[in-house]
Design a protein around this ligand. Structure first.
Ligand code: RB5
Length: 144
């Protein structure tokens, strides 16, 4: 089970990504927003980030640029939210950063790139090794 959320700036792209996830047979829970009405991205980022941290799963967050979502999600302990723009950043967000949430922008990212990034993000594994040492240093900053 993965968790997905957006604000109004990412709503349209979120709906397209949901269709893609269904086609791929990926189970997900949509934590909002549920319309194009203006809302505050930190509320959605917090909901998705809490669920991901509690269930040790993965999440997808979309706002206008992905920036606000990534800043907010990274305030939750245990969250490594990566703002991605292409296949390469999505791949290395998993391989080197063990990112558990991917963020991108509904106003900056085309649907085909977004689908490609989601597929890569859900498929790739953390490489561990020297990268684990670095992730552990980040966790230490959180007091884990
Ligand atoms: C909303 O207009 C916009 O600020 C938001 O979607 C996001 O891009 C913030 O980072």
């Amino acid at each position: 089970m993965i968790f997905i959320g957006s604000d109004h700036g990412g709503f349209e792209l979120k709906e397209k990504i949901k269709v893609f996830l269904r086609e791929k047979g990926v189970e997900f829970e949509d934590l909002g927003t549920f319309s194009e009405e203006s809302c505050d991205y930190p509320d959605i980022a917090e909901s998705v980030a809490q669920k991901v941290a509690q269930t040790d799963s993965k999440g997808i967050l979309i706002c206008g640029t992905g920036i606000g979502m990534s800043i907010a999600a990274n305030k939750v302990k245990g969250i490594r939210c990566a703002l991605c723009h292409d296949a390469y950043t999505a791949e290395y967000a998993r391989k080197h950063n063990n990112a558990n949430i991917i963020a991108f922008g509904g106003r900056t990212t085309g649907v085909e790139i977004a689908k490609q990034m989601v597929e890569i993000f859900l498929r790739e594994e953390f490489e561990g090794g020297r990268h684990k040492r670095r992730i552990d240093k980040i966790a230490k900053m959180e007091g884990v």
